[in-house]
Design a protein around this ligand. Sequence first.
Ligand SMILES: [Zn+2]
Length: 101
Amino acid sequence: MNRRTAYDCLVVVLYFGLAVYLLPRLLAVWAVAPTWVQAAVVAAVIPLAAVGGARDARRSRRRRRKELGLCASCGYSLTGNTSGVCPECGAAVGAARDPAD
Ligand SMILES: [Zn+2]
């Protein structure tokens, strides 16, 4: 198990523990909240979860590509590349950053 995997496992365990602690309390508040508050929370949480999930998937894909020696932006193999620039998309090798990061 490498450090990244151990960190990911720790994050999952912490979030699970937080969920187990908070969920009953949130449900108790949720049950007595006015309908408009419930609707507003649902309307806010769904897009935020979608954006967060997409961002996490993008970060994970870029990290996996870097670990495999591929361009983080387009996935092109950078084996033997000495120019410091991806020949497929022009991204700087090793310095390519996602604007959403
Ligand atoms: Zn590329």
